[in-house]
Design a binder for this molecule. Structure first.
Ligand SMILES: [Fe+2]
Ligand SMILES: [Fe+2]
Length: 332
């Protein structure tokens, strides 16, 4: 921490003054240092982060659904155990992220209410169905792969609890991507029918996976502010380009084709060019009109209602523990 930041902290401690607090916040950001839950932060920063972190948490838990559908149909005990562990990891990611979001001041039940009433969004990709076993491969390789590209820079996000949650999440996402790639590799080197199944899954998930980075930069008005706050480090299009550059050689190794006739190496740019994505489809899915939006939300609400007794039991357990601690303290 620089001397300027330390002096400003002193000013904030001496007498609360919004201008000094803002100057302290700006200095922390300027220093590429971290904002922690007890630090003063502008309302807009808190609001943006609450929205982003909770949407991220929602995506993790909704994202469990397409894959959970295949746990009972996994082709072997080993595949079943791996898929189950992966789906459990996603639940864990949701937990870290809800905890991080709560440190910004909005309780978890309020965040969940926003999800259940359709007020809060989650990643568009989870509104697509998982039709075959090969989809487990395509989701792991492409969806978790896109998540990694998006999330590795978030490990350096300026809000401490978010950045730290992302470090652990990213480690697990790398395993998810590899397990997806390995499923596709086995299928694409199996029988002709298995190879067709793998290709069909990649055909369906390629476009939606590229859309996971969000709209093009010129249609993403909030990105600039997020980058100025060191929440986002790269623009949507920059991250999308990274992802395309990463998956093209991987697709070659898989001996599968990416369904984009415009995909070509551009010597001048040192990147792969890719075709225009279907943004009407993307915005339609975001608005709730994707193939599975209604089903995903209904399933989530149902699971939450079915879990009421677990929350009740946890509250009662906490109450008893507290009472026992108080009793011991009274005796002592
Ligand atoms: Fe995850
Ligand atoms: Fe994952």
């Amino acid at each position: 921490m620089s001397d300027t930041v330390r002096n400003l902290q002193q000013t904030v401690d001496d007498v609360f003054d919004t201008d000094a607090a803002q100057a302290y916040f700006d200095a922390i950001i300027g220093d590429d240092s971290r904002i922690e839950p007890r630090d003063w932060m502008p309302d807009a920063y808190r609001k943006t982060l609450t929205r982003q972190v909770s949407q991220h948490a929602h995506s993790e838990i909704i994202g469990m659904q397409p894959e959970a559908n295949w746990i009972t149909r996994a082709p072997s005990l080993k595949r079943k155990a791996i898929l189950m562990a992966k789906v459990q990891d996603e639940a864990g990611h949701g937990l870290y992220l809800y905890s991080a979001a709560e440190t910004l001041g909005t309780p978890r039940d309020v965040l969940l209410e926003q999800l259940h009433t359709g007020k809060a969004k989650y990643s568009s990709i989870f509104n697509y169905p998982a039709r075959s076993w090969a989809d487990m491969g395509a989701i792991g390789w492409l969806v978790d792969g896109a998540a990694i590209c998006n999330q590795v820079p978030l490990c350096r996000a300026s809000y401490g609890p978010y950045g730290r949650a992302m470090v652990r999440i990213c480690k697990e996402e790398s395993f998810h991507q590899r397990q997806g790639w390995e499923i596709l590799y086995e299928l694409s080197h199996g029988t002709p029918a298995q190879k067709r199944m793998a290709q069909d899954a990649v055909n369906r998930f390629y476009g939606p996976a590229l859309q996971m980075f969000g709209p093009p930069d010129d249609a993403s008005p909030n990105s600039q502010q997020s980058m100025a706050w060191n929440i986002k480090r790269f623009s949507n299009d920059e991250l999308r380009q990274r992802f395309v550059d990463m998956i093209v050689p991987q697709a070659e190794a898989l001996e599968l084709t990416l369904p984009d006739p415009d995909l070509a190496w551009n010597e001048e740019r040192g990147h792969y060019d890719y075709g225009e994505l279907d943004w009407d489809e993307f915005f339609g899915v975001i608005k709730g009109n994707g193939p599975c939006n209604a089903q995903r939300l209904a399933r989530r609400v149902e699971a939450h209602e079915n879990g009421a007794w677990v929350r009740e039991a946890a509250r009662e357990y906490a109450r008893k523990q507290q009472a026992a601690t108080a009793e011991t303290a009274a005796v002592a």
